[in-house]
Design a protein around this ligand. Structure first.
Ligand code: COI
Length: 350
């Protein structure tokens, strides 16, 4: 597909310290844009990153017909850019899109747009360990319409942000026993904007109570662990990686899948199953639970240092540098920069 390219006159890069950036606050020079009208994608372009013109009656502003993805590009030793598992993000984006009655984004638009954008903005990929270029593809309904029906027109955009760590230190998290993130039949498995809007108030309450994140529990009994605010969750119990199985209410994390795949490949025991609050609390009391951590594109792996349950905080033991999660994290870092064999063919080289 042809992509029209209009480059920025003066790059903003010289004003940016790529090794010292707040997550999600700095935007690279360009963005990729495609429009869906009359049943097909067209008008593919790369233009300077800038504001969009949106009608006040835009369907998405009112009803949230919007899906997004998050993935990362890394600079390898030879200066080449490696994008981690973009085809999995494409697949998941289309699963999310179908849930909101949106059209699929075809591979040539998603991957073609991504490749062309990164060719142009490759100087924005930071080099230092712990940094990356965060890539944000998203799509929204673009009809100007105040009734409720799926939009006929859509915009698909990819922009990028050089980023450092999403979390700077291990987290203190609260098990949420009142609010619900997702219910069976809902949108929990999809990466839709509304899931994140609905999490704001419960998260703000947890922040006020001194926590940095929530652990969501099931919408029926508040007994089964689901996921964290921005991540999937994993626990090491008796040297086994235990993680809630994904289903209708839990996002199928690509970092989650990467960790489980590497662990299985290394012969580490992995269990994807129901994990109850009772089991967690007993594991902490008995010392059988040795690690808890969140996994996600933005955070990669972040440890949990304490879990709050019914007003009491339970500290977790310190995590040694050679723990299972730290060894997998180290391996992931190497893999993402193509410093070790890409055994599962996860990298797209630009
Ligand atoms: C990601 O990990 O990429 C996410 O989507 C989390 C985000 C809300 C920062």
């Amino acid at each position: 597909m042809d992509i029209r390219i209009k480059k920025i006159e003066n790059s903003k890069l010289s004003n940016v310290d790529l090794n010292n950036i707040q997550f999600g606050k700095v935007y690279s020079d360009h963005m990729f844009v495609a429009d869906y009208t009359e049943g097909r994608w067209s008008s593919l372009s790369i233009v300077p990153y800038d504001n969009l013109e949106i009608a006040p009656g835009n369907f998405t502003l009112h009803y949230g017909q919007s899906v997004f993805e998050g993935l990362k590009g890394y600079k390898g030793d030879n200066g080449r850019i490696h994008v981690f598992r973009p085809y999995d993000n494409l697949k998941r984006m289309n699963i999310s899109a179908r849930r909101l009655c949106m059209p699929d984004v075809p591979e040539d638009v998603f991957i073609g747009g991504l490749k062309a954008l990164l060719q142009i903005d490759k100087a924005w990929v930071p080099e230092q360990k712990g940094t990356a270029l965060y890539i944000r593809p998203f799509m929204f309904g673009n009809d100007e319409y105040i009734g409720i029906k799926p939009s006929d027109t859509y915009k698909f955009i990819i922009f990028t942000c050089p980023v450092g760590s999403y979390y700077s230190e291990a987290l203190k998290v609260k098990i949420e026993l009142n609010y619900v993130r997702a219910a069976k039949g809902g949108t929990g498995y999809a990466k839709v904007a509304g899931n994140y809007a609905a999490s704001l108030l419960p998260t703000q309450e947890a922040l006020r109570e001194g926590y940095q994140q929530l652990i969501w529990t099931d919408g029926k009994d508040h007994e089964r662990i689901e996921e964290s605010g921005t991540m999937n969750l994993m626990f090491i119990i008796n040297d086994t990686i235990v993680t809630p199985r994904t289903g209708e209410t839990i996002l199928r994390g690509i970092t989650r899948d990467s960790i489980l795949t590497i662990a299985r490949d290394w012969g580490v025991n992995v269990e994807e199953r129901d994990v109850t609050v009772t089991e967690l609390m007993e594991g902490i009391r008995s010392g059988q639970l040795t690690e808890a951590f969140g996994t996600g594109t933005a955070a990669t792996i972040i440890h949990i240092k304490a879990i709050g349950y019914k007003g009491v905080d339970y500290d977790l033991p310190p995590v040694p540098s050679d723990s299972i999660s730290n060894r997998i994290l180290d391996h992931l870092h190497k893999l993402q920069r193509a410093q070790t064999e890409d055994k599962f063919n996860w990298l797209l080289h630009i």
